[in-house]
Ligand binder design. Structure first.
Ligand code: HDE
Length: 684
């Protein structure tokens, strides 16, 4: 148990503690508590005879095993979670009466589940996909769930189309191929025939869909919600999570390789960093619009395919979430957690966004089948930290033993309790929005512009980001077998950018677009990840070392890297320890067999190690791959000569300096840049 767990126990931890069981050192029993004398052999009629029905222990063990699985989530099946806490920076009472947003000294326990959307539970972490970032705040007024994604818009405008988009993007039903990928005919057929998806597809084809880490991605509540204050006054609000480490991505080739080398890459990164005390931090941001301003914008604020550009409606950072404890048991917590955008507290309310309205139905419905009945709120990870009382009773897996005979409202036998709480007593009252209209199956005219913000996104990208988007369209559409689908996509995205569509049309063997073009010239700097926070903190450095290395250099450099919050790991020919020229002993973390360039952020070749590394094919390839992936590479003395001879010496982000003070400073600054896009990777 870490100090954190011992010291800073929060209320949710104490509640979970009641359910934690450690079987270590205990006697083996059946589920009825009967101690068993044997667990190796089933009960048989004679040593070589048949197994007997009477063997209740055998039957219980096998039956339980046969029922160990529950259905995976239809979407967001693969995920990983962590516990933490949230603290608001300032009192938000001007906008909302939500109690967890009032007192800056108060810590609210949270549980966050990060996920991919499309793949099954066992799929790889680094596929091109949307990421979920769902947070449960265990507040004193009940659970509040902010069920967000790492992209601020969605594929569709009305929830009735959710099964359609999900059917189209999931593996094709006749052969269940491809796994966890949008690069296939049905998805792109859906896109071309449902043009409201244009903006979201731009995000999906961008670097945002291949994050470097769960710790390095933004989160967005997507819909417009409402804040309501004590006086009943409402404001429209959009929620954001801003990672302290900035938003950074992998590059496509790297993401694909990591899918094979370490399919658990994101899960491992989160787990390891929390274990090491590198607690991920996300600031909660809000964009607020006054109700009177609802129609002031050139788009409909109820349309989930639209953002509120941050330059027009600034994001105010109002608090911080810190994830400081790993799960104890992935099934009990990560699999059984049940989120719902409808889990709100007084002070947070909904709007008529037709996507949000559909979600308010779907999440309870999905838990009923997945968690096997209506009592999923009693599962430890889902229990509120405040008491809950109502007249709901029974059902599968009920754990509460409700005493007394009254379970109806109104009653006189129990003094008509439980009684509804008034607003003054903290009772939730829906915001009384005035609505009137005809009952119609229709969409508002104000939802009909599908391309302006897709172009805004394109315009806001830096040159490398634009190139990545072109590459992603090219890759995905080259995988699409149907020519007509490919051509339709070209025509559709010509409405976003002629440059984009014309370029990828060529790559996919399609005709240039017949029409299109956009007159949107605006851009929004906040959309480019080039403008995000930059820091080298927690970045992983591959340290290439061989026998005879320079002992005092490595000691100095490793100490300084660690002081700067980086994570160096030692890579050499064999496991075990290696010895430097001055007798310094060093423990090896990985060999070239088990380490791979793609899972590190930078490479440092230790003085005295260059010669044998250079002639070791694996080590050479390791360094070249880091170079091709625009990563920072550092070397001194013999390492410097090696890289210079290879023609890499003059490249951006290759740090060569024999003065160790200067070397470390430049190396750390280089890593903080994330990648060196100015580098000519074809230079050698
Ligand atoms: Fe979800 N979504 N969703 N979604 N969603 C689910 O609920 C659904 C949407 C999001 O880690 C399901 O418990 C509909 C937008 C996350 O457990 C399901 C619609 C956003 C997670 C469901 C949407 C999300 C889910 C599947 C369109 C970003 C994972 C399992 C109307 C704001 C939560 C489950 C976790 C999961 C329905 C659209 C985020 C089927 C009908 C937009 C992060 O109920």
């Amino acid at each position: 148990m870490s100090d954190q767990r011992n010291g800073d126990r929060n209320r949710k931890d104490e509640q979970l503690e009641l359910f934690r069981v450690n079987d270590k050192g205990k006697k083996l029993t059946t589920n009825q508590g009967l101690k068993m004398s044997e667990d190796e052999f089933s009960l048989k009629a004679g040593e070589r005879g048949p197994t007997l029905m009477e063997d209740f222990h055998f039957r219980e063990k096998l039956t339980h095993f046969d029922h160990e699985r529950i259905p995976e989530r239809v979407v967001h099946a693969r995920g990983f979670s962590a516990h933490g806490e949230f603290q608001v920076y300032e009192n938000m009472k001007k906008y909302t009466k939500a109690k967890f947003l009032q007192d800056p000294t108060k810590k609210t326990p949270v549980f966050v589940r990060f996920s991919t959307v499309v793949g099954s539970r066992g799929s790889a972490d680094t596929v091109r996909d949307v990421r979920g970032i769902a947070t449960k705040f265990y507040t004193e007024e009940g659970n509040y769930d902010l069920v967000a994604n790492n992209m601020p818009v969605f594929f569709i405008q009305d929830g009735i189309k959710f099964p359609d988009v999900v059917h189209a993007i999931k593996p094709e039903p006749h052969n269940e191929i491809p796994q966890a990928s949008s690069a296939h005919d049905t998805f792109w057929d859906f896109v071309a025939n449902n043009q409201e998806s244009a903006h979201m597809v731009m995000w999906l084809m961008s670097d945002r869909a291949i994050p470097r880490s769960f710790r390095m991605m933004e989160g967005f509540g997507v819909h417009t919600f409402r804040f309501v204050n004590e006086r009943g006054k409402a404001h429209f609000v959009k929620f954001h999570w801003k990672p302290k480490l900035g938003a950074h991505s992998l590059i496509w080739e790297e993401a694909q390789k990591i899918s094979g080398v370490d399919p658990d890459y994101h899960r491992r990164d989160l787990w390891e960093n929390i274990e090491k005390g590198n607690y991920p931090e996300f600031e909660l941001g809000v964009q607020i619009i006054r109700e009177e301003e609802e129609f002031k914008f050139g788009f409909d604020i109820l349309d989930s395919t639209k953002i509120w550009p941050e330059e027009d409606v600034p994001v105010h950072l109002i608090g911080k979430m810190t994830l400081n404890r790993n799960v104890d048991n992935v099934f009990a917590e990560n699999e059984q957690v049940a989120f719902h955008p409808g889990h709100v507290v007084p002070g947070i309310d909904f709007t008529n966004d037709p996507l949000l309205q559909a979600r308010l139905f779907s999440y309870t419905d999905t838990q009923l089948i997945r968690l096997g009945g209506p009592n999923f709120h009693e599962i430890p990870i889902n229990r509120p930290v405040c008491p809950f009382h109502n007249n709901q009773r029974d059902g599968y897996h009920r754990q509460t033993i409700n005493v007394g005979k009254v379970s109806y409202h109104k009653n006189s036998l129990a003094g008509n309790t439980p009684t509804p709480a008034s607003v003054e007593e903290g009772g939730f009252e829906h915001y009384q929005e005035k609505v009137e209209g005809k009952k119609v199956r229709a969409r508002s005219e104000s939802f009909k512009d599908h391309f302006s913000q897709a172009t805004l996104f394109w315009n806001s990208m830096s040159q490398p980001e634009k190139q990545h988007i072109i590459d992603a369209f090219s890759f995905e559409l080259q995988k699409v077998k149907n020519r007509w689908v490919r051509q339709q996509v070209v025509e559709m995205f010509a409405n976003v950018s002629l440059e984009l569509a014309t370029t990828f049309a060529k790559n996919i063997g399609a005709a240039p677009p017949k029409g299109g073009g956009s007159n949107v010239v605006k851009s929004s700097p906040a959309l480019s990840q080039m403008n995000t926070n930059k820091t080298a903190v927690t970045r992983k450095v591959a340290v290439i070392v061989t026998e005879g290395f320079h002992g005092s250099e490595i000691k100095f450099v490793l100490d300084r890297l660690k002081d700067n919050g980086l994570q160096p790991e030692i890579i050499s020919e064999n496991l075990g320890s290696i010895t430097g020229h001055d007798g310094t002993e060093l423990e090896v973390d990985h060999t070239m067999l088990t380490a791979d360039s793609v899972i590190f952020d930078a490479v440092y070749i230790v003085r005295g190690s260059a010669k044998s590394s250079r002639y070791n094919k694996d080590a050479s390839q390791f360094v070249y791959e880091a170079f091709q992936h625009y990563k920072t590479i550092g070397a001194t003395h013999d390492g410097k000569s090696w890289l210079e001879e290879e023609g890499l010496g003059q490249s951006e982000g290759v740090i060569l300096n024999d003065n160790l003070e200067v070397f470390v400073d430049k190396f750390v600054n280089g890593i903080a840049k994330h990648r060196h896009w100015g580098r000519q990777v074809d230079a050698y």
